[in-house]
Design a protein around this ligand. Structure first.
Ligand code: FMN
Length: 202
């Protein structure tokens, strides 16, 4: 359990994310990089699911997925999203909101081929979010890919790609004594702007 009870400092939000994420990797039992990804259809229907953070830096937060999935369709129609980390072991939450852009082909290829071969095959064989009449069909597709590419990397399917969220709002929440929690919101209008930051009532 953390011992530092000082308020969330008004530092650069990326630096603060880095510190909190490092602490989460030490304290979470698994997948400290798991985050909820919220997307919405153009007519305003929201949808949320977990994905893994696979890159981050001053230019944004990156996840990978199948662009023909349910989320992929929503993203194509509405290139805005929200991310949420909740690290139970630290009693902390980070909310991130902003526009998305697709990563370049080279970046997607590099990440896809950094994954274990079995993961490459699993995602290449999956029509993510579409009906699967019988699980055996998926198993057969995996076997067919293994036979077609008996060794080495699998070509990245063009619809398997990454998206980078360029944050416009990043909010840090931490548990404090007597439920007088701390919230600090960093906001900016565009990626070129400086961050404003302010405490919020919990
Ligand atoms: C911890 C965790 C991590 C996940 N990571 C990813 C991921 O990085 N990319 C992905 O496409 N799906 C990931 N999934 C599966 C998604 O939550 C979801 O089931 C899938 O992407 C289909 O979502 P959709 O139908 O809304 O497109 C993860 C699930 C869990 C529980």
């Amino acid at each position: 359990m953390e011992t530092d009870q000082s308020a969330i400092p008004p530092s650069d939000p990326f630096a603060l994310f880095e510190v909190w994420f490092a602490e989460a990797r030490e304290s979470e039992p698994n997948d400290a990089n798991a985050m909820a990804l919220a997307t919405a259809s153009p007519d305003g229907f929201p949808s949320v699911r977990m994905v893994l953070l696979k890159g981050y830096g001053a230019d944004g937060f990156v996840f990978y997925t199948n662009a023909e999935s349910h989320k992929g369709e929503q993203i194509r129609a509405n290139m805005r999203a929200a991310l949420l980390f909740h690290w139970k072991s630290l009693r902390r939450q980070i909310r991130i909101e902003g526009p998305l852009e697709e990563v370049g082909e080279e970046e997607a290829d590099a990440y896809f081929h950094s994954r274990p071969r079995v993961s490459q095959i699993g995602s290449a064989a999956s029509d993510q979010s579409r009906p699967l009449l019988d699980r055996q069909l998926y198993v057969d597709r995996v076997a067919a890919l293994e036979e077609r590419y008996p060794e080495g990397d699998i070509p990245r399917p063009p619809h398997w790609t990454g998206f980078r969220l360029s944050p416009r709002r990043i909010e840090f929440w931490r548990d404090r004594e007597y439920r007088l929690h701390d919230r600090r919101l960093f906001a900016r209008e565009s990626a070129e702007d400086a961050w404003s930051n302010t405490l919020l009532y919990p």
